[in-house]
Design a protein around this ligand. Structure first.
Ligand code: TRP
Length: 331
């Protein structure tokens, strides 16, 4: 039996190039390793407590699904599904709540950050905190434990959640006998942290992101708007600049060597940005074509997700039954 790798993606925004480099690309590369069975899913129920409208849920779910397929996720290899379709998840979540100490949830970073912000703003500590936020780590444990997951590839921000899933598995196994595989996080080292267009951290709230699949014209416009210094067109250009950082990430080794030399010799920012556009567009445009195709033929994507759900449900059923038997609600 192959070991299982599983990760979830929250549909909370339009995927941007930071998401691609930080998570999507690595996860897809990992899924090509035949040593593992891979389960990747859209964590729509996890997104529920941060999305404001149903339209956002519809839109981001669609965009995220199309993005992963466009970036090369192979649905023959990866079990790709929507979390909310696997009803076993929420059922297991309830069972797991009963072995999860409240104190463990009180220590969750996301919840604590919310409370702290409230206190700092002179509000009631639990202002705006709903039980979806509070129980978030237990739902995540259910996602993970349901599939006998061994490894969970995630960014550092999800380390604590994975540790909690591991703790919850152990609490359960201790009380009811061995039932769940005890999972292990696999922290994805950041290959690069791309700054936003204005040189600050790339963030939705700063509006300085580059959507991964904006149109070619939009991509060009955004690249041209990257903040630069006021060196003259003939002067050498900084290699700690945002423009060069992007070049480093997207260019082939040969192109990078060429750009490195030209930055030393001096070129105008306009030329540098034009080069950057060409470099990025070459990488992105084949994926963009697929993305646009899937967005226009979303029925095909839904078919793919449905197939994934069927495969996922086989294991989900088995595990849930094991858990229900362990706690004694069935014989
Ligand atoms: N909480 C994760 C995030 O915000 C998403 C997620 C939900 C997840 N369920 C998961 C990741 C299970 C790994 C495994 O990014």
């Amino acid at each position: 039996m192959k070991q299982i790798i599983l990760t979830g993606v929250k549909p909370t925004g339009t995927p941007h190039i930071g998401n691609y480099l930080g998570a999507i690309k690595q996860a897809i590369d990992l899924s090509k390793n035949d040593e593992y069975s891979t389960y990747y899913f859209i964590a729509d129920y996890h997104a529920l407590n941060s999305l404001k409208t149903r339209e956002e849920m519809r839109r981001y779910t669609k965009e995220v699904a199309c993005t992963w397929l466009a970036c090369g996720l192979d649905p023959e290899k990866v079990v790709f599904y929507r979390q909310s379709e696997i009803h076993e998840t929420t059922e297991l979540c309830w069972i797991l709540m009963n072995v999860t100490p409240k104190g463990l949830m009180d220590r969750a970073h996301a919840y604590k950050a919310c409370v702290q912000a409230n206190v700092e703003n002179g509000k009631d500590a639990d202002d705006g905190v709903n039980m979806g936020l509070y129980n978030y780590p237990i739902l995540m444990a259910a996602d993970i434990l349901l599939f006998n997951t061994k490894f969970v590839p995630v960014g550092l921000d999800q380390k604590q959640h994975c540790e909690m899933a591991r703790d919850i598995a152990k609490y359960f196994n201790k009380k009811y006998g061995y039932t769940f595989v005890v999972p292990q996080e696999k922290i994805q080292e950041k290959t690069a942290t791309l700054l936003g267009l204005d040189g600050r951290k790339m963030s939705k709230s700063y509006g300085n992101q580059i959507p991964l699949f904006c149109s070619e014209a939009e991509l060009k416009k955004l690249i041209m708007s990257i903040k630069t210094d006021s060196t003259l067109p003939t002067e050498p250009k900084s290699k700690t600049s945002t423009v060069f950082e992007y070049i480093k990430v997207f260019a082939s080794p040969e192109k990078l060597a060429e750009m490195d030399r030209r930055f030393d010799e001096g070129l105008s920012w306009a030329e540098a940005k034009q080069e950057l556009f060409n470099i990025m567009n070459e990488v992105i445009s084949p994926m963009r074509e697929k993305y646009n195709y899937y967005m226009e033929h979303y029925g095909e994507v839904e078919e793919i997700l449905k197939k994934g759900e069927h495969k996922a449900r086989e294991i989900a059923r088995e595990t849930l039954e094991r858990a229900r038997r362990a706690v004694g609600v069935i014989e």
